[in-house]
Design a protein around this ligand. Structure first.
Ligand code: ACK
Length: 758
């Protein structure tokens, strides 16, 4: 039996590779004290006897801190399915972890940023101005946000997965690259403001352009008020980076803040700068040399101001007598001034009024760009050539037909302008045998498109009118029209990507409404989408009777209208406004979230009109975040003034993109009535048992928590709410403020009549 047990031990040692003296090849013993030999861990080997460790196989590594018993590991493969979302000059990236972690748990991510598209065609490192949230290196999460990028710039982001042995591997980096183009953004705040000449009634200021103008600065807005009197401030607009503010009180301190505006909107105000006027007795000047210049510019300013006032007071302007006024466009314009307290004097211009005046004629008043209806030109050819560049047909190569438009084929091709690189374009052609009216209407679209310059509006390259066929050349959008694209890719996008698309459309629409242009046919079929999933508004027909839209149907009043997309007031009495475009935008939201589903399915147009009139609305699409459906319902308010404005929609979508968890709450599945329309009840008027019930009834349930937290927990307390309180509570949407205040008003009236026990 002794022999037997000795043989057993011997057998065991052989199996474990150990003998009492040495380990055999393929086994190791890290320290002589170890009782037995261990098999080399995965991806390691030893050919020697008596090894104290194993070597890693080719392409596998071991960190110094890895125990010898741990497998050898390798760098991870590349991250997968990276998606990007661009918001002005910020980019949000999201990806999923690599398929192969290399056998380690310490995977993190590194973001390399390259700026591409310089004239040399090479990419360069982004530089230190770009900020990474939370960080650029050692990212543990699978998302990151880059902020402070340059506007309108092509970037490539490389997301690399790294682990503890990546730095030992000589192999090429494993990364996934994402190409994005940033959008237009508002300018950064002005940081330097200097005082010039100071007198008893005036202060001269000069400032530097913002560090990041992000576009062409159209104007500056100078806000000022007497110290501690902030409620009464004055705003002056200036195109230059200096101004003399007159009409100030002697020996008084004034606070100044300046902001810049580009086509993307206003940037943030600068910090407050405090300057004091000199006392009455002193005619001092801190910069005497400027006096003559300022005196001349003030005089020129006053004369111009008088001219503009005279023009504005003379009422609207017709085409032929606008010549002198349009020449004003080229001249430095006087500052328009208004004061919140004093109301408007002749020189103090209501911004609405400003807009109205240049709606009526071709004059462009300072800073504000407005759409000019090509119909106001006696000769439509003049409009085309004012707004669209003539392109030589020889610069265009037509490649293939991609669709059919009302006036002829739509083709894709390439445009090679002298001194520029060739790039892809879409080409709309006018079919042969056209009438003069058809030519005018066809080119009318170019006259309209050519007035716009926004990353979410289809860009016009130019027109061919001097040879045949007549053509309209625009930027090429690789993914074609949005409705078809979504149908083809049903369910393929993240909510953030869908919201990114909607944000782009809203931003384009905000631009159009700021320009005073009402689209009238906003629908997913009229949105184009490019390879970066950037959506752009297109289809700017001149006559807007929507002849070319197969969805448009004749109404009883004779107009041709795309019923399912159109607001009730536009169907009933042709009241087309930016608010009716907002209604259509709500339908586009619904189309996008439901991946191109037909609004109201197979209901007839007549049934749609009737249902909407009766207060029914489309139900939420499947898997729709509650915040998005709420926004759709807001866009479909019967009262057009209660609908959100496009700028409010853009900021709301921005908020959702910044805080993606807010999109996780879906509309309650049980409250979803598929195939049935949701009843959209009018303002509640019954007695409400609780604040929550009241807010729910007027579709403002989202504010219940805020009301309760701020002490408005009973209807008694709610009855005291003022508009100021609402703003303080964060109810910033004008439509919501109106809704809550008018419901309160309604209840108070009933209370007076003894009808509602508040
Ligand atoms: O869905 P689609 O491919 O996208 O089919 C229609 C077709 O032409 C008729 O309008 C396509 N299309 C129109 N404009 C453009 C453009 N700028 N870039 C790419 N495709 C375009 C549209």
């Amino acid at each position: 039996t002794d022999d037997q047990s000795r043989m057993n031990i011997c057998w065991k040692n052989l199996v474990s590779g150990s003998s009492l003296a040495v380990c055999r090849p393929g086994f190791f013993k890290a320290s002589p004290q170890s009782p037995s030999c261990s098999k080399c861990p995965p991806h390691s080997y030893t050919h020697e006897e008596a090894s104290t460790s194993c070597l890693c196989e080719e392409h596998y590594f071991r960190r110094e801190s890895d125990p010898p018993t741990m497998a050898c590991t390798r760098p991870p493969s590349a991250p997968r399915n990276a998606i990007s979302n661009v918001n002005e000059t910020s980019v949000f990236l999201e990806w999923i972890p690599p398929a192969d972690t290399g056998g380690r748990k310490d995977v993190s991510y590194y973001i390399a940023c390259k700026k591409c598209g310089s004239p040399s065609g090479l990419c360069e490192a982004c530089g230190s101005h770009v900020r990474y949230l939370p960080q650029q290196i050692g990212l543990k999460n699978t998302s990151v946000m880059m902020v402070d990028l340059l506007a309108h710039t092509n970037y490539t982001f490389e997301i690399e997965a790294v682990n503890g042995v990546s730095d030992q591997s000589p192999a090429a980096r494993q990364y996934v690259a994402v190409n994005v183009t940033t959008n237009q953004a508002a300018p950064s705040p002005i940081s330097i403001v200097k005082k010039g000449k100071i007198a008893k009634n005036s202060i001269s200021l000069s400032w530097q352009e913002p560090d990041r103008p992000n576009g062409i600065i159209l104007e500056y807005e100078i806000k000022y008020f007497e110290k501690d009197q902030e409620t009464s401030y004055t705003i002056i607009k200036s195109k230059k980076t200096k101004i003399t503010v007159n009409g100030l009180k002697p020996a008084s301190t004034y606070i100044f803040q300046i902001r810049a505006r580009t086509a993307a909107g206003y940037g943030g105000f600068s910090r407050r700068f405090e300057f004091e006027t000199s006392p009455v007795s002193v005619a001092a000047s801190s910069d005497q040399s400027q006096i003559p210049i300022i005196a001349v510019s003030v005089t020129v300013g006053v004369i111009l101001l008088a001219v503009v006032i005279g023009f504005l007071l003379s009422g609207s302007c017709c085409n032929h007598d606008c010549g002198w006024a349009s020449s004003l466009r080229a001249v430095a314009y006087p500052s328009l001034i208004w004061s919140v307290r004093c109301g408007y004097s002749k020189a103090k211009q209501d911004p609405e009024e400003e807009k109205m005046h240049f709606h009526n004629g071709h004059i462009k008043l300072p800073g504000l760009r407005t759409y000019i209806d090509p119909h106001t030109y006696e000769d439509p050819n003049q409009a085309v050539h004012e707004f669209a560049k003539e392109i030589e047909a020889s610069c265009i190569t037509i490649e293939r037909v991609i669709g059919a438009g009302e006036f002829g084929e739509v083709c894709s091709g390439r445009l090679k302008l002298p001194g520029k690189r060739e790039f892809p374009v879409a080409i709309k052609t006018l079919k042969v045998g056209y009438t003069e009216k058809q030519r005018r209407d066809f080119l009318g679209e170019a006259s309209i498109m050519g007035q716009f310059d926004h990353p979410n509006i289809i860009h016009l390259e130019g027109v061919v009118t001097k040879s045949k066929p007549v053509m309209i050349v625009t930027e090429y959008m690789e993914n074609g029209s949005l409705d078809t694209f979504l149908k083809k890719n049903d369910g393929q996008f993240t909510v953030i990507q869908l919201v990114g698309m909607l944000r782009g459309i809203a931003s384009g629409m905000k631009y159009l409404s700021d320009m005073g242009y009402v689209h009238r046919d906003l629908a997913a079929r009229n949105i184009l989408i490019n390879s970066n999933l950037v959506c752009k508004v297109s289809d700017f027909g001149l006559s807007r009777v929507l002849e070319d839209d197969p969805e448009a149907a004749y109404t009883t009043r004779g107009g041709k209208i795309p019923i399912r997309w159109t607001a009730p007031e536009a169907i009933a009495f042709r009241k087309f406004t930016s608010a009716s475009d907002v209604w259509s935008y709500g339908i586009v939201m619904w189309e996008v979230v439901s991946y191109g589903e037909r609004p109201y399915w197979e209901m007839t147009n007549q049934d749609v009109i009737k249902a909407v009139e009766e207060g029914y609305r489309l139900p939420n699409p499947m898997d729709c975040p509650a915040a998005l459906y709420q926004l759709m319902l807001d866009c479909w308010q019967k009262d057009r003034n209660s609908r959100p404005k496009f700028d409010e929609i853009v900021s709301m979508l921005d908020k959702l993109i910044r805080n993606p968890s807010s999109l996780k709450t879906l509309v309650n599945a049980s409250s979803r009535v598929s195939n049935l329309l949701v009843e959209h009840s009018p303002l509640g008027s019954g007695a409400y048992r609780s604040v929550g019930e009241w807010l729910e009834a007027i579709k403002m349930g989202r504010y219940t928590e805020i009301f309760m937290e701020n002490g408005y927990s009973s209807m008694d307390a709610v009855a005291q709410v003022t508009l100021e309180d609402l703003r303080r509570l964060g109810v910033t949407l004008v439509g919501h403020q109106k809704k809550i205040m008018s419901s309160l008003q309604e209840m108070k009236v009933q209370l007076v009549n003894g009808m509602v026990p508040l």
